[in-house]
Design a protein around this ligand. Structure first.
Ligand code: MIC
Ligand code: SF4
Length: 748
């Protein structure tokens, strides 16, 4: 699988590195090594961090079922016979969690039949590997099978960086990017700046790899990593397991980082060995100097990274983040006081462990150790307690080693190997809309409404072992490090700090792997899309730009505060329409706070004055009249997921321009790919000047050019107009996308 890719890559690395050292006049960091060795053309490429657009050749593409539908529909429009690079599809997001693994899986097979058939048939035809529902969550399956040190993979999911745990640059992208790379084009990304994180000391007691990233989320915030790669190093790095590194890199997505990566080490060797890739481990071992930064980088990191952060693992306390955002962090010992002060409900309703972020053997064995202590004291979970294994291997190993039994004895339910509650595929039995209560999970996101569809729910994130301790106490104010629990006999006892094993001593148990290889030659095969499908719809190209400026567009919505892709294009029940652009567009902005409406997702048709309409209803009315509209957004607009529906629905419903204070990386690219003008206020204070009834013009578009600000005129109802400046990061090539109506149109 990856062995051949790695062999070829390692063979060419020394030569490119020598050229790069010469060109840059210095040694290379690990991230730079991976970037330069994947340049489409090293010689002609300009290398300027934060400025240059890099054209890269990824080794692989991975897609999950909720985003693969659009990725494949777009790829099919390119008219190619076969994916140009090794690619895989993973069925993980569409399985609803309700009754436990077996029943949920059977139901999913039935209710998603059309989508699975479409993806399976397209995969088979176009030479793409297909991982069946139940095989596992994309990032875990990629880590177990495809990730390799020094490689570059793109994935249509924002947590693709999980692969950084095996020393690869693994980057989340929108489906259009994946489609283009599979069509044989290079992949473009802004040359990221570099954050160096130096780890010293060693984790102990309750502190786990999750706490490293929870702490960093608090320190760097959700936009602190935007257009940056986080590169870890230092003596502490070698003490963290490969899967623990995966957790840290995975959740680097919550910093907005392009990706995160760890240097090659013996923990990676151990993980590759136990996942049946000893040959790959040996190969990497014999090229290890290629797979870490040059020695001078580690000697004076401040000369090589744009920013440096130091974390001493020995003194790191377990952390909890939330509610509503992953950067509201504090050590667990401070949470009780804060909950009291801020009025967070302390009675916990659910504790959820696992997911793509945290379901390694280490995570599960440490959690089971906590659960066993509770059982010994005669306790049961005081909350609903759900476990989402990351893959078939994890599931069968957990079962063989008795962990499942332990969790079930505690009252837990083991769900299928899929995203489930993490992406709102969860019917929370006790959830009541409009009522705020608290839940805690070992997932990576906690935006409002994400898990249970209830915007009021306060969702907190912590390590799986801490979440298991919370399941025992049922109390958000509980601090397992310093406080005691009461056993069934009324006696108080203190939990011993979690102890687990990094890797299973008996190796991984295996179930059905769930992999389907593609056809050798798929030319004669057809792709399965029933013409009357409610779930799938072939794409129609978006119209080309008519060459005219945008004059006096109505404001569709001005979002206030956090506007994640979960706000713009909610998941949960809407996931089933991910292959049907028209239908899914009804969810557009349903979770967003409109500056001019009291209820999220609602607004006013400014042409008729009718209020209380959904944003999609308003946009459809404007569209029917042939009118485009404009969206105004706040900071870090489009934070979170890679789902390009958050860009395609607005485009489909005639949004022409999105102006914000700032954008998250993947979403900004997604907007550009779909032919929407993505602008930022030159003066963020201008955001305040936009009022509901304004008509907004964006002019001078014929001379749209990289680096040149655009004029925006705000026409007020009293006839006055004010002109402001907007910036953009549009390149020459992206101007062509805008003109053609989308990147895909520009291809054909
Ligand atoms: C997520 O964690 O938000 C998702 C669901 O995995 C998304 C992808 C999607 O919306 O399909 C992501 O992270 O990109
Ligand atoms: Fe799935 Fe959640 Fe991971 Fe996204 S973050 S891939 S929804 S488990």
């Amino acid at each position: 699988m990856s062995l051949e890719l790695a062999r070829k890559l390692y063979a060419k690395m020394p030569d490119v590195f020598a050229k790069a050292r010469k060109k840059f006049g210095r040694g290379l960091t690990l991230a730079e090594k991976v970037l330069v060795s994947h340049a489409d053309n090293f010689e002609t490429q300009t290398w300027e961090r934060g400025k240059a657009m890099l054209a890269l050749r990824p080794d692989r593409v991975a897609m999950q079922d909720a985003t693969a539908q659009m990725a494949m529909l777009q790829f099919m429009q390119a008219g190619k016979k076969k994916a140009a690079v090794p690619s895989t599809i993973h069925c993980d997001h569409l399985i609803r969690a309700e009754m436990g693994s077996e029943k949920d899986l059977l139901r999913a097979m039935d209710e998603n039949k059309e989508v699975y058939n479409f993806l399976a048939s397209a995969a088979k035809k176009y030479g793409i590997g297909f991982w069946k529902p139940g095989a596992g969550i994309i990032h875990q399956v990629v880590l177990e099978n495809y990730a390799f040190p020094g490689g570059l993979i793109i994935g249509t999911d924002s947590h693709t960086p999980n692969g950084g745990g095996l020393g690869m640059l693994a980057i989340g992208v929108g489906g259009a990017d994946a489609g283009e790379v599979m069509a044989g084009l290079p992949w473009e990304v802004l040359h990221p700046k570099l954050i160096g994180v130096r780890l010293t000391g060693k984790l102990s007691g309750w502190a786990s790899p999750k706490d490293v990233i929870l702490y960093l989320c608090g320190l760097l915030t959700v936009k602190g990593g935007t257009n940056k790669i986080v590169e870890y190093f230092g003596p502490g790095a070698e003490t963290i397991s490969a899967t623990g590194k995966g957790t840290i890199c995975n959740m680097g997505a919550e910093l907005g980082a392009t990706t995160s990566v760890f240097p090659f080490d013996q923990k990676m060797v151990a993980y590759m060995n136990i996942t049946d890739r000893a040959d790959l481990a040996n190969l990497a071992q014999s090229h290890k100097e290629l797979l870490v930064a040059d020695p001078e980088v580690y000697q004076s990191p401040e000369k090589y990274y744009d920013e440096i952060v130091e974390v001493n693992l020995s003194t790191l306390e377990p952390h909890v983040v939330g509610p509503h955002t992953p950067d509201l962090a504090r050590p667990i010992s401070k949470l009780a006081a804060e909950a009291k002060e801020k009025g967070y409900p302390v009675e916990l309703k659910a504790a959820l462990i696992g997911s793509c972020t945290n379901s390694s053997y280490e995570d599960i064995s440490r959690s089971a150790h906590i659960a066993r202590q509770g059982l010994k004291a005669g306790m049961k979970a005081k909350t609903s307690f759900l476990v989402s294994p990351g893959s078939e291997r994890i599931y069968h190993t957990m079962k063989r080693d008795g962990f499942l039994d332990t969790f079930e004895k505690l009252g837990g339910t083991v769900l299928s190997n899929s995203c489930g509650p993490c992406i709102g595929q969860w019917k929370r039995a006790d959830g009541v809309k409009g009522k705020a209560d608290s839940i805690v999970s070992s997932f990576n996101r906690n935006f409002p409404g994400r898990n249970d569809g209830i915007n009021e729910t306060l969702s907190f994130l912590a390590s799986p072992e801490v979440v298991t301790a919370y399941a025992l106490s049922g109390d958000l104010g509980f601090d397992p490090v310093n406080q005691k629990l009461k056993g069934a006999d009324g006696k108080e006892f203190k939990l011993e700090p979690p102890v687990g094993e990094e890797l299973p001593a008996k190796g991984f148990a295996k179930g059905e792997e769930g992999f389907v290889a593609p056809a050798e030659n798929g030319d004669a095969l057809t792709v399965d899309i029933p013409p009357t499908s409610e779930r799938l719809q072939l794409l129609q190209p978006f119209p080309r730009w008519d060459g005219k400026d945008f004059e006096k567009l109505p404001l569709l919505i001005k979002t206030k505060g956090k506007t994640t892709t979960d706000h713009i294009s909610p998941a949960g029940p809407w996931l089933k329409f991910r292959g049907h652009l028209d239908k899914i567009s009804d969810n557009m902005f349903l979770g967003a706070n409109n500056a001019f409406a009291s209820e999220p997702g609602k607004g006013t048709d400014v042409l008729t004055g009718e209020s209380g309409l959904t944003i999609a209803q308003i946009a459809r009315r404007y569209k029917a009249k042939g009118i485009g509209s404009i969206v105004v957004g706040d900071e870090n607009y489009g934070e979170g997921s890679s789902r390009e529906h958050a860009a395609m629905s607005p485009r489909f419903l005639n949004v022409r321009v999105v102006i914000t204070k700032s954008f998250a990386r993947i979403h900004e690219t997604n907007l550009k790919k779909q032919g929407i003008l993505a602008l930022t206020f030159a003066d963020p204070k201008d955001y305040e000047k936009i009022e509901q009834q304004d008509r907004i013009s964006v002019t001078g578009l014929q001379s749209l050019a990289p680096g040149k600000p655009v004029q925006v005129t705000i026409h007020k109802t009293d006839g006055k107009a004010l002109t402001i400046q907007a910036n953009h990061s549009i390149t020459e090539q992206q101007i062509a996308w805008f003109k053609a109506g989308s990147a895909l149109n520009a291809l054909n």
